[in-house]
Design a protein around this ligand. Sequence first.
Ligand SMILES: [Mn+2]
Length: 321
Amino acid sequence: MIRKILQLIEKNRRFLVASHRNPDGDAIASTLALGNALREMGKEVTTYNADPVPLSLSFLPGTDSMRHELEEDQFFFDVGFILDSGDLSRAGEHLAKVCRTLVNIDHHRNSEIFCEVNFLDPGASATGTLIYRLLKSLPGYRFTAEVASCIYTAILADTGAFRFGNTDGESFRIASEMLETGIDPAEIASQFYENQEARGLRLLARALSSLKVSEDGRVASVVVTLEEMKQTATGPVHTDGFINYPRSIRGVDVALLFRQEGDRLFKVGFRSRKGIDVGRVAQELGGGGHTNASGASLEGTLEDVERIVLEHVREELASVK
Ligand SMILES: [Mn+2]
């Protein structure tokens, strides 16, 4: 499949590179890695995300020219790359109308086959890893610092700074190779992790005050309500990483973040220790993701949603031990 994508790059001129809304580090950084690399090859490139670039990622080269709206009749692309998205709707169904060929590059399990050309590997630590493999297989391609900083950041973000269960030898090998271009890992880590807004921490304080730990200590959860986001003038983007707090408690196997999206609608984030498959749990609840990091949207009151989620988590925990 890589060969097919290399042919598409070689033969075409106008490219769109896009990723999922509510973008995380991997989404933005892999979009910019591929976008920057294609520009270096002399291609006409538009990078796109439905939502703004989070402040913690604004240091990446190319964020200034990223578009957040596309006028359908104004743009037409030979090839559209949809990255890290699971399914097309998370990036935007309208993108199919403005691209002659779509290419899906993703490491989500059960990433939907929504187009002809797919480069999927659920074993890859990040979509940035797949972009690396793709560029690496381009004859004569040399990584620049502009591309390397994006690939490094994508892997840093999705492996939780090389700590999560998806961290593997390949992540370290790529990181090491990217450093050879002269990028500074301490500077990138500082930009990415120490770029918080004070209001984000105010929201975190409220979320932490909702902390619940199950009687046996294996499940911990926090809640973020719409009202709290309103009071602190924050949005979903500020809740990125909140789930790492319940996850960090000794003895906790499954961490949950309940983020209110509507009157009776909650987005649930799942994180688990190795050996516990919250990807399956999320899938049972209509969502998806990875073995140790996943998400689902559920309708109902917070009490209803908490109860249903906990039942499914309990079943998964019981099946492991
Ligand atoms: Mn990812």
